[in-house]
Design a protein around this ligand. Sequence first.
Ligand code: ZN
Length: 369
Amino acid sequence: MDDADDDDSDEAEEPGASDAESESANAADAPAGPGINYTRDLSDAKLQELWLKDLEALGSISVGFADEGRLINGVHMGEDPAWIRQRPELAWGTKESVDALAAAFRAVHAQFPNSAPARLSHIGNKDGGYLRPHKSHQSGRDADIGFFYKGDTMPGGRNRERMFDAQRNWALLRTLLVNADIQVVLVDRGIQKILRNYALAQGEDLTWVDRLFRAGKASLFQHARRHKDHFHVRFFSPRSQELGRRIQPLLAQRPEQNLVVMKVQKGMTLGHIARRYNTTVAAIQRVNHMGKKTFLHLSQRLLIPLRGPCTKCPLPPVVVVPPRCLPPEAQQKAEGSSASPRLRVEAVAVSQGLAQPTDRTASRVLASH
Ligand SMILES: [Zn+2]
């Protein structure tokens, strides 16, 4: 299985390397404000009470960014005939991500009952944070999914595009796009071309397809190097992400949760790190079970316990999930049912090519950097 090799470049440490995976870099451009959109059922007082007395009751919490964050109360992707987990210990994500993946895998399995199961490679660690060799996969919202290949073979190298099973792969992606809040799908542009051609040959709406593949930075599909054998899907997790923002000021009230997960980089020493985060070498050694050792590996995953409120913890912008980018018939259904009038008007204007999807564009730009 060569997913792991391909993922190595996710580190993208060469200067000037394309950085499609990073979410945090452009965060300053995002809208600011006190907005609470998805956790209104929890007053600040109730949140504080559960945080201290019944943390599990809060459900999954996505802290920080996909590429600079972690996960509290992660949900484990269980076993199922519709999928295989290549690394069960790395199959932890937000509830939203895990539910969406499970539903989509089951839908494809129902549609192609003789198909091999979908292959889930990584979501993330139980408590998120840096996961070698990825740049993201830190906050429970990223999943790597191996392609379906014709005849369920495992082709290598150049044969991958030829053996790519557009029918099943498209069925999976379409299900995810229609039923889940997808922020971005990272995959090689050669594969995107195959998918786009297949979708159009199946009679999918051109305007919709072009919003997926040909809307520049606003496209749901973005090219990323070395994503030639898997889809990297990033989910919005509205409730989990909003909780992640709201609990930031409360972190110091639970010392065992008051930590940062970092990746050791060239030249770093325990002393530097302790000073940077205003903690002590001994505290870092203790949490990481290092004994008295001071040696750090390059790219080591290190927990940094904090002593007070974190002044260097990344705080993402207010969570605003844009309207889904839907094919026309699903769009009509959605308009008939829910959605606020404003969003509905905007969605119609977009589907008629009258307007740019403003919310989505902002979020996508944020997402793809
Ligand atoms: Zn990935």
